[in-house]
Design a protein around this ligand. Structure first.
Ligand code: UD1
Length: 416
């Protein structure tokens, strides 16, 4: 199994640049199925999830190619295919994003039930109810969801929960529906705004981005966009800032947008770190041993579930008792067991973890169970006494581009 080793005890200091946001790139790539002509996406790290989506686009009849200067070039001039390949969709949940665009372009989409990190049941019922509200009929056959609508019709409906993926899928589908759609209780994550702005640049008529209600007036077609730079990855930014805080260091991340990770910055400040923000940078300085803080995960603008594991790593060595509630996914505490191998004191009760900060963690052999758990274990390794060997890097490279390299550039001792 692929692994890396972290020597703990080195203070991280310096400046790094944020990469483009995985969670914006994936739906934007899916949206390329709907844009006729040429599109160039910029600020794209070569992540494993990105390579899966590239394969998906090519399998569906669109020519998509990764270029060296962090760009993706897409040529969409032919009729697209309507069956999403099983192996691609089941290896990454985000490939379900192609359902909306295929349906809108081809009138019929056949997509397997998705896969991805095993952090919860993660059904797609909210996506499907939305497609039905737009006039589609849904059936299941041999593990494939079949969604059919000769012509999607705009309508007004409400999501049962502000699901990020459902909001994106339905927003895309509604762009090519006949008439107006008004979707209530949508998610408001910055990556949704980015997708919305991308679609607007291609001719979509969307209003209400950043609010809980989207109004979308359907258009006949959308055109390619050249170039479109994707926003910075707030989760990578947050992870690097915690690396600064946990090592009592001084880390600046350039290209970061503070408004996108406000709850994390507030918590870090509450814990005693020094936080400084500018138009396009965030700097976090450790300040001796940090203090315990409580938090719970929520849809944006609340604390992101994708930062829970990394924040927990920090709390394992902070002074006092912290309470962490996971309110988005029901199985997102798999890092807890591994952190405990390193000497963390954590008790779990349903969706709540109580973390009692210890003076020191000790290096151990640990296993990555999902993407953000991987980052959490590496962060813990940065302060553990001795060597931490982290196994299962395939989960990490799904969503972080060269995290070990970025941490090394700040002074971490990581051997791959
Ligand atoms: C996206 C992000 C992921 C992040 C999550 C929550 C991408 C590629 N992934 O995932 O990194 O952790 O948002 O911020 O953008 N749910 C249902 N039925 C549905 C859809 C969702 O019950 O039809 C539930 C899920 O099981 C989960 C919760 O709603 O418990 C949130 O899921 P959702 O917001 O849809 O997350 P994803 O879009 O999968």
């Amino acid at each position: 199994m692929s692994r890396l080793s972290v020597e703990g005890g080195f203070r991280l200091e310096g400046t790094v640049r944020a990469a483009g946001a995985k969670n914006a790139i994936l739906p934007i790539m899916a949206a390329c199925l709907m844009l006729e002509g040429d599109t160039v996406l910029q600020n794209i790290p070569y992540l494993n999830d990105v390579s899966i989506m590239l394969r998906m686009l090519n399998a569906l009849g669109v020519r998509a190619e990764y270029r060296k200067n962090e760009e993706i070039h897409v040529v969409n001039t032919r009729k697209i295919r309507h069956i999403a390949p099983y192996d691609l969709v089941t290896s990454m949940r985000a490939s379900f994003f192609v359902a909306g665009p295929i349906l809108a372009r081809a009138g019929f989409a056949k997509v397997p039930l998705p896969g991805g990190c095993l952090i919860g049941a993660r059904p797609v019922d909210i996506h499907l109810k939305g497609f039905e509200a737009l006039g589609a009929t849904i059936s299941m056959e041999h593990g494939f969801v079949q969604i059919e609508a000769k012509a999607l019709k705009g309508s007004e409906f409400r999501l049962d929960f502000p699901s990020v993926g459902a909001t994106e899928n339905l927003m895309m589908a509604a762009c090519l529906a006949e008439g107006t759609s008004i979707i209530h209780n949508v998610a408001r994550e910055p990556e949704i705004d980015d997708l919305g702005q991308f679609l607007q640049a291609g001719g979509a008529k969307i209003s209400g981005l950043g609010t809980s209600t989207l109004t979308i007036v359907g258009v006949e077609s959308l055109t390619g966009i050249n170039p479109y730079p994707v926003i910075a990855d707030r989760i990578e930014v947050g992870t690097l800032l915690i690396a600064g805080a946990i090592t009592n260091g001084d880390v600046t991340v350039k290209g970061a947008i503070a408004a996108h990770i406000k709850p994390l910055l507030t918590l870090l400040a509450q814990a005693g770190a020094e936080v400084e923000t500018g138009a396009d940078y965030i700097r976090v300085k450790g300040n001796g041993r940090l203090k315990a803080v409580d938090f719970e995960t929520e849809p944006f603008p609340g604390f992101p579930t994708d930062m829970q594991a990394q924040m927990m790593a920090l709390l394992t060595v902070s002074e006092g008792k912290s309470v962490v509630k996971e309110c988005i996914f029901e199985n997102r505490f798999m890092h807890v067991r591994e952190l405990m191998r390193m000497g963390a004191k954590i008790t779990l009760e349903d969706q709540m973890a109580v973390v009692e900060g210890v003076e020191n963690l000790s290096g151990a052999e640990v296993k990555i169970t999902d993407l953000r758990a991987g980052a959490s274990l590496i962060l813990a390794g940065l302060v553990a006494q001795g060597r931490t060997t982290v196994y299962g890097l395939k989960h990490l490279t799904r969503g972080y581009y060269d995290l070990p390299g970025k941490l090394r550039s700040l002074g971490a001792k990581i051997i791959e």
